[in-house]
Every structure is written in C-alpha cells, then in structure tokens.
Write a protein that binds this ligand. Structure first.
Ligand code: NAD
Length: 307
C-alpha cells in the first residue's frame, strides 16, 4: 500500500517514522520548507524514552508531482483540513482512502465533502507527540488507535489499514461506531484543553484545584447533554470520571491548546468547545460554559498582550 501523510508535524512525523521503520512505502508531506529539508537531509530524529533514533523517511514539500497513493493519513491542524483534503483528493488513486485521526468534531465531514464520505476512515489515537524543531519529534504518550469508516460498514480496507499500523508498532483496533470514538475524545478535549490553555495549567492540575474541577465538570456536563441530544453512544460509562482520569493520567502534559497559545499559534477551539456550542445550537441545548470558554480562547488567540 502506498501512503502519503499530509501534515508532517508532531503526529504526522511520528506516524510517518513508524511506518517507514516498518518498511512501508510512505512519504510525509508538509508546507514547512525547513522541516522537509531537515528530514530529507539528515533524516527524522525521533526521540523516544529510550533515546534518539534517526529515521530515513521520504519527505515532500507539497503534493505536486507525487505518484498516486492508496492511503492518505491526514494530520494537519483543523484550520488546514480543507486545503489538505483538496490535495489528498488529487493524490488518491481511484478507490484510495483518507484516514483522519485529528482531534475535534467536523474534520471528517470536511474531508468527506471533498473526497466522498465512503472514502473516509476516521478515528482517534492515544499516541502523543511533540515537534521539537525542524526534523525533530518527540514520541510522548503511547496508546491505542481506533479507526472506522465514516459511512458504510467496516470492510477489508479498514482492517488492512489497522493491520498496517499495528504491524508498524502503532496498535490499532477497528471500531464500527466512529461517532462514538470521535465524541468520546471530543468530550475529554472539551474538559481539558480550553481550561489548561486559559489558565496555563498542566493537565493534572485541573483535577487538583476545586475551582478547575468545577469548571471542567460544567463544560463536560454540557457536552454530554449535547451528545445525548445528538443520539451519540459514548464509549465510557461516566464521562466526568473519565475526563478527570485522563487529566490525572496525562498530569505532566501541556495540552496541545496550551502549547498553541504559548506559541501564539491558532488553536483548535472551533472544533472542540466551539463544536459543542454549534451542535448545542442545532439541537436546542444551552451551552453557556462552552460558549464562554470558546470566546475566551478566541480572544486569547488574538494575542494582543503577548507575555
Ligand atoms: P502540528 O501543528 O505539529 O502539525 C501540523 C503540520 O501540518 C505542521 O507541520 C504544518 O506545517 C502542516 N501543514 C499545515 N497546512 C498544511 C497543508 N496544507 N499541507 C500539508 N501540511 C500542512 O499538529 P499535531 O500536533 O501533529 O496535530 C495534528 C492533528 O492531530 C490535530 O488535529 C491534533 O489535535 C491531533 N492530535 C495531536 C496529538 C499530539 O500529541 N500532538 C495527539 C492526538 C491527536
């Protein structure tokens, strides 16, 4: 299977490196010239707990001139999903598919509008990564990846992709209910990301302070009401316990939204708490806490008073 990873940042570099180490025909694609040049020149430096490793990896600056591929793994941040999906559509051979493991709600639907819903695989991953600089990525947390089809029954292609990732050292499970997966992770991100970004806290601190536990509980409860109204089956029994458990388990982590705010980069707020607000409006569920969190992060993104 020929693979292109579009968006070779933290996660795209990690997945690309693991696939390349397993001998897969993979090219990572990015729009960041220094990063692509570093990977092409020195290889990708993959930092693991056990030490650094240099991984030889094909890298391209944009998809222009590339051969058609069977699978695109799309790992841009949500603001670039449409552009990346347009490139993916041009790159896929007939019958090829796009896999998104991006966070938030709506990425898979944006991709589906461009390539067709039946060609979209979506899911979540508990793998974590941080970009350290051009050509350098740190593998953070490890965990399972879950994938399924956005539309239609899971099929042989889906199982083939799961086997490919699993054999490459990225354990992957096929899940028939992809909405459950996406909403399950969305609710966790809704509870953790905006609050850590606004208050500049590590994930674990949210569970320690009475005030932040209360704010987290309010945001999660609204999101759960919206999920119920949307008819989503969540993949866990007690959402609040689950979100707090994830905050504790990833206690030392800076959430991606906090990292974005500290770097002055755009965040994914629109597809996380913002998506709860939009879905709430559509379904007649009030979401004042998530609306407030969304507006606060959007104001922070304007970066008027950089520290
Ligand atoms: P990142 O910012 O490190 O990487 C995104 C990359 O996409 C950047 O290198 C950027 O230059 C590139 N890019 C932007 N526009 C592009 C385009 N049109 N074509 C090709 N490349 C383009 O982001 P990340 O942390 O790797 O996150 C990617 C997605 O994965 C997000 O949705 C995030 O929420 C999700 N995610 C991240 C983690 C994590 O630990 N980092 C874990 C799970 C899920």
């Amino acid at each position: 299977m020929k693979i292109a990873v579009i968006g070779a940042g933290a996660m795209g570099s990690l997945f690309g490196a693991y696939l390349a180490k397993a001998g897969a025909a993979v090219t990572v694609v990015d729009v960041w010239p220094e990063h692509v040049a570093a990977i092409r020149g020195q290889g990708l430096v993959l930092s693991e707990a056990a030490g650094d490793e240099v991984v030889r990896l094909d890298a391209a600056l944009g998809t222009g001139g590339m051969e058609p591929v069977d699978l695109v793994i799309l790992f841009v941040k949500s603001a670039a999903t449409q552009a990346a999906a347009t490139d993916a559509a041009a790159l896929l051979r007939p019958g090829g598919r796009v896999l998104t493991l991006q966070n938030g709600l709506g990425n898979a639907e944006v991709i589906a509008e461009i390539v067709g819903a039946e060609r979209v695989l979506a899911g979540t991953t508990a793998q974590g990564a941080t970009l350290l600089g051009p050509g350098r990525v740190r593998h953070g947390g490890r965990g399972e990846t879950h994938i399924g089809r956005l539309s239609g029954e899971v099929d042989a292609f889906c199982h083939e992709v799961a086997a490919l990732l699993t054999n490459a050292g990225l354990p992957t499970v096929v899940e028939p209910d992809v909405r459950s997966l996406i909403w399950g992770k969305l609710i966790i991100n809704t509870g953790i990301n905006a609050l850590t970004a606004l208050l500049r806290l590590r994930n674990g601190q949210l569970a320690e302070l009475a005030e932040t536990r209360q704010l987290l509980a309010l945001a999660v409860e609204e999101a759960v009401q919206v999920a119920r109204a949307a008819g989503v089956r969540l993949p866990y029994e007690n959402p609040l316990d689950k979100v707090l458990a994830v905050a504790v388990a990833t206690g030392q982590n800076q959430s991606s939204m906090l990292q974005d705010v500290l770097r002055g980069s755009p965040t994914e707020i629109a597809v996380i708490n913002g998506a709860i607000v939009r879905e709430g409006e559509r379904l007649g569920v009030a979401t004042p806490v998530n609306r407030t969190l969304t507006l606060l992060v959007q104001a922070l993104e304007k970066n008027l008073f950089p520290s």
